[in-house]
Ligand binder design. Structure first.
Ligand code: ADP
Ligand code: MG
Length: 614
């Protein structure tokens, strides 16, 4: 019988390995940055074009490679970092598998330039899809530059699978953050399409965190320090009052390597037990040092998960260290007596410098406000509640003509569709809507009743509004008397920059969108106190965008804004507000489903009811 086992040709094996190592441009960024760190660089520059799809280049001033090593570095399993099996149990470097460069060279055009300190000249090697196309001596400074161009040029399927530039850039910035935070003693810079996004100078941990996440971060950090025989912990946790609704800033580093660990994350959460508000997540930047012999970093190809010998002890130590710090800095649990959420100041604003009083008296005037049961709301809280509502009234007149048509089109399961579904008689004087559990709006209609989910219905209304504004470019914005200055990290600002045009079409006016965000106008449906939360949610949504979804930034933006601005379950509505919501819902193009495809209302006919009484 003929032999059927064959050895895979090298370039095929490399492409397969590449699939494990390189999922997206950010994976290349990670490998190249780690190599530069392993080469003891003091200054590392990362240059990106088109979210890394066109170019990813890392330039370091590390120890460089000899000509032979430069050539060898592209061979699979070529590594200078382990020599014998025992070395595997004592790893102090980032890489050790010797597959990164070989994998990257299999699926891209790579240009390597490198020179060792004592050599006069260096070498340049060009490789395309594992084939060496040229090798020359060159004059180049000490250190190494690796340029990776046209990633996945020979695997179109992978290239097509990449997400939008916005999302891929975000992944790159995440990797950059992780590495920069783990190595504050190294200078890091990042350039995207020619502009400088980060320039982080050598510093300590605290300063590095502040440089990455913005000036306001400093006051939010509580130091954590614990030194035991098996574990050394340094770093910071965020004060609970700054906890975010999104999980953004949570970092564990073990021996200077970023890791993910649901288990250790749980330890932190339990230390924060009772002092965080519902649905918020503490931020943390924790640096753990353990004996390399007690961990196994070899279990995951991209090395963000590691296995500890003694997880339980780590858990307990971590939890008590964080608890201790919180206690020491007088961060006592807040007693949460059934308080009314709507009374809370959004977190982003709690410790903001007091802004000058805003004297636009008429802007939020609401003729119906005296019917509200919100007499206990005061100041800006009241303003928030009312401003949310403006959108329910805005544009109602212009659309009311279509109302009739939409009603006629509405399909009931087995009802004679009449031209007017609301019961004529009852609409004259008696109340025809009421609110159930501050969640549903119940309406009498001719055939029976209509039950509307208020949150979803309002989402639909706002979503269509935003879409229309963005595409028709007719947004109205309310000018703020004093510009609003918001702190975001550079990475978050990049997300906003990418969406700037669409955001402006919804009514946002940015006077600055670099380093800080300065806003001078907001959409009519957004109240000033809400802006920070709305943008935070938007950034989060962009980051969590699902793979392969029909990604349209406009759509995503409209959905995100609608989601954060829609009246919530639990919010009490006046009769007028209820009626307005109903009218606006049925003026929508697709009244029956929310922007995320869930039903906005159901109907129940008198027949249905009758049956229940049989
Ligand atoms: P690993 O990092 O796992 O050893 P890589 O494929 O990433 O494998 O790199 C292969 C080898 O090339 C490294 O072991 C190192 O000797 C060398 N090398 C890669 N990048 C650099 C760099 N920036 N400076 C110096 N040497 C490098
Ligand atoms: Mg490596």
């Amino acid at each position: 019988m003929a032999d059927i086992i064959q050895l895979l040709p090298d370039h095929v094996a490399n492409q397969i390995a590449a699939g494990e190592v390189v999922q997206r441009p950010a994976s290349v960024v990670k490998e190249l940055l780690e190599n530069a760190i392993d080469a003891q660089a003091k200054t590392i520059k990362l240059i990106i074009k088109d979210a890394g799809k066109t170019l990813i280049q890392v330039i370091d001033d590390g120890k460089g490679m000899s000509v032979t090593d430069a050539r060898l570095s592209f061979e699979r399993h070529a590594t200078s970092k382990i020599r014998k099996a025992e070395d595997l149990f004592d790893i102090h470097t980032k890489g050790f598998r010797g597959e990164a460069l070989a994998s990257i060279a299999a699926i891209a055009h790579v240009e390597l330039k490198t020179k060792q300190e004592l050599d006069d000249i260096g070498v340049q090697i060009k490789i395309e899809g594992s084939e060496v196309v040229s090798q020359e001596v060159i004059v180049t400074p000490k250190g190494t530059s690796v340029a990776v161009k046209n990633l996945f040029f020979n695997i179109p399927a992978r290239r097509n699978f990449l997400k939008s530039n916005l999302v891929e850039t975000r992944h790159i910035i995440d990797e950059f953050h992780r590495i920069a935070l783990a190595h504050p003693s190294i200078n890091f810079s990042l350039y995207h399409n020619g502009s400088e996004i980060f320039n982080l100078l050598e510093s300590n941990y605290r300063q590095r965190i502040v440089n990455v996440f913005g000036g306001k971060t400093n006051e939010k950090l509580v130091p954590v320090n614990e030194d035991t025989e098996i574990l050394k912990i340094t770093g910071f946790v965020g004060k609970p009052e700054f906890a975010k609704k999104t999980r953004g800033e949570q970092f564990f580093f073990v021996n200077h390597r970023f890791i993910k660990s649901a288990y250790l994350n749980h330890a932190i959460n339990s230390a924060f037990d009772g002092i965080l508000r519902e649905n918020t997540h503490a931020s943390y930047f924790l640096y753990l040092e353990v004996d390399p012999k007690t961990i196994d970093i070899n279990i995951h190809p991209t090395k963000t998960e590691i296995k500890f010998d003694d997880e339980h002890t780590l858990y307990a130590l971590l939890r008590s260290a964080v608890k201790h710090s919180l206690g020491q800095f007088n961060i006592a649990p807040v007693l949460d007596f059934d308080h009314n959420k709507s009374m809370d100041t959004p977190y982003g604003f709690k410790d903001k410098d007091a802004t000058n009083p805003n004297i636009e008296v008429d802007k939020d005037f609401n003729p119906f406000s005296d019917q509200k049961t919100t007499g206990n709301l005061s100041g800006s809280y009241k303003k928030e509640a009312i401003a949310n509502w403006e959108s329910l009234y805005v544009g109602l007149e212009s659309k009311s003509n279509d109302l009739q048509n939409d009603f006629t089109e509405m399909q009931f399961e087995r009802d004679e569709v009449t031209s007017k579904i609301f019961d004529e008689e009852s609409s004259v004087k008696t109340q025809k809507t009421f609110q159930l559990h501050n969640k549903y709006i119940v309406n009498t209609i001719k055939s029976g009743m209509l039950i509307i989910n208020q949150h979803r219905a309002h989402q639909r209304v706002l979503y269509e509004d935003f879409l229309q504004h963005i595409t028709v470019k007719e947004a109205v914005s309310q000018q703020l008397l004093f510009p609003l200055i918001l702190e975001f990290s550079n990475a978050e600002i990049t997300v906003l920059q990418n969406l700037k045009e669409q955001l402006e079409q919804t009514g946002f006016v940015f006077s600055k969108l670099k380093d800080v965000v300065e806003i001078t106008g907001v959409p009519v449906s957004v109240s000033e106190v809400n802006v920070s939360l709305v943008l935070e949610q938007l950034i989060n949504d962009v980051e969590n965008e699902v793979p392969n979804s029909n990604f349209s930034q406009t759509d995503l933006l409209a959905k995100s804004l609608a989601k954060s601005l829609a009246i919530k379950t639990g919010q009490r509505l006046t009769i007028l507000e209820q009626e307005n919501l109903v009218n606006r819902l049925f003026a929508c193009k697709e009244a029956s489903i929310s922007p995320t495809n869930k039903p906005t209302f159901i109907t129940m006919s008198v027949d249905d009811l009758d049956k229940k009484f049989m």
